[in-house]
Design a protein around this ligand. Structure first.
Ligand code: CP3
Length: 354
């Protein structure tokens, strides 16, 4: 199917665009009152993820408000560990938790690789429903967590600040952790390929916690497994390229290594300047980012001047997907998100003329 707006895919493939495409990480979520209403209707967050019609509804909500160039599947990275049998639940105000944690070689061994059209079929149903309802307006992004980031939740039993349990496993029992990461990489490959077959037109891997590792450990315990994923993904479907973006939060030190995996796009947080990133890897890959999400608390003029600065830093030509450097905060006024999205389109045309 021909997309009405394919700027997002074109930018990732470094093909010419009229203006810079933009979307926001976590664009569907609690900062939108209509999201809260739909979640209440579903009962809770996982029930929302498991209901294809409602997951589709919340995916489309931000697109009705803002002129976004991509939709992202409404789901969560923790669907895979949940489908492996760990029992995901959300404690109000505390984020995700697991009933069972992974703490031994025996436990790793008995974890299944979930079948995406069985245990995770609700995700594929959401993808199919969203694709149908998008009616070719903008592309749909599918996603997964990176093996390392998924493993942090599975070993810690939830979110963490110091990552002591998984680092203990990393340093005291590295072979157990490698076995877990390898199984997760295999699970992510079949899961993302199933999303692509179900209709995702691009995929993104979120490595939220890769940045807590030393450079050596990042390479061995996070990047190596994302590389395996990139190698295992369907890169062309239905006659169209399926671009893949890797995002390691706090990964600015390792851009060359990330770009060398063969991915199409590299996500940047705000701790690196995008001109520096472009000089380092811009000949190989497209860049996604990288405004500090807290900038959306500022006055409209300040948001616009920051957008202008980032656009000027990237400079002329395609290869930039504008985004926040991490997810939008839940207390951001939606009107500020509109200022941001509109500014990207209004101010970027000058960088795409010949
Ligand atoms: O971007 C989007 O709009 C698509 C949906 C999406 C969600 N989670 C929905 C969600 C995506 C892409 C994710 C990814 C995700 N989930 C990551 C990687 C990206 C990142 O932000 O670093 C991580 C680490 C998770 C794990 C996770 N899920 C956490 C830490 C939380 C709690 C966060 C919070 O705000 O309470 C979740 C739950 C979650 N996932 C919510 C949403 C909208 C909030 C649930 C709710 O209360 O409604």
């Amino acid at each position: 199917m021909q997309l009405k707006n394919d700027r997002y895919l074109r930018a990732l493939l470094k093909q010419p665009v009229d203006v810079t495409p933009v979307w926001m990480m976590r664009q569907a979520g609690r900062y939108l009152p209509e999201y809260k209403a739909t979640r209440a209707e579903a009962g809770d967050f996982m029930a929302l993820c498991k209901n294809a019609e409602l997951a589709c509804e919340v995916t489309l909500q931000p697109l009705r408000r803002f002129d976004l160039d991509a939709a992202i599947l409404f789901s969560d990275i923790l669907t895979i560990p949940d489908a492996m049998g760990l029992g995901l639940y959300f404690e109000t105000g505390e984020g995700p938790r697991f009933k069972r944690t992974v703490d031994s070689a025996a436990m790793v061994k008995q974890l299944p690789i979930p079948d995406p059209e069985q245990e995770l079929q609700y995700v594929m149903n959401a993808v199919r429903t969203i694709r149908r309802e998008l009616k070719g307006e903008v592309p749909l992004i599918g996603f997964s967590g990176s093996p390392w980031t998924l493993a942090t939740y599975m070993v810690e039993g939830g979110g963490s600040k110091a990552f002591t349990k998984i680092k203990k496993m990393l340093f005291a029992e590295p072979t157990v952790l490698h076995a877990l990461l390898d199984k997760l990489a295999d699970s992510v490959i079949v899961y993302l390929n199933a999303q692509i077959k179900a209709g995702a037109q691009s995929v993104m891997v979120f490595d939220t916690w890769g940045g807590v590792l030393s450079p050596r450990d990042y390479r061995d315990f996070s990047l190596q497994y994302m590389h395996k994923i990139v190698d295992g993904l369907i890169r062309e479907h239905d006659g169209h390229k399926v671009p893949v973006t890797l995002f390691t939060k706090n990964g600015g030190m390792w851009l060359e290594a990330i770009a060398a995996t063969g991915c199409d796009g590299v996500g940047l947080d705000w701790t690196i300047d995008i001109d520096v990133a472009r000089a380092r890897i811009g000949d190989k890959v497209a860049l996604q980012g990288n405004m500090d999400p807290s900038m959306l608390y500022a006055q409209p003029q300040r948001i616009e001047s920051e957008v202008a600065t980032i656009l000027a830093k990237y400079g002329h030509g395609s290869g930039h997907v504008f985004n926040l450097g991490h997810g939008i905060h839940l207390d951001v006024p939606p009107k500020n998100a509109k200022v941001f999205v509109d500014a990207v389109h209004r101010l970027s045309g000058q960088y795409h003329t010949k």
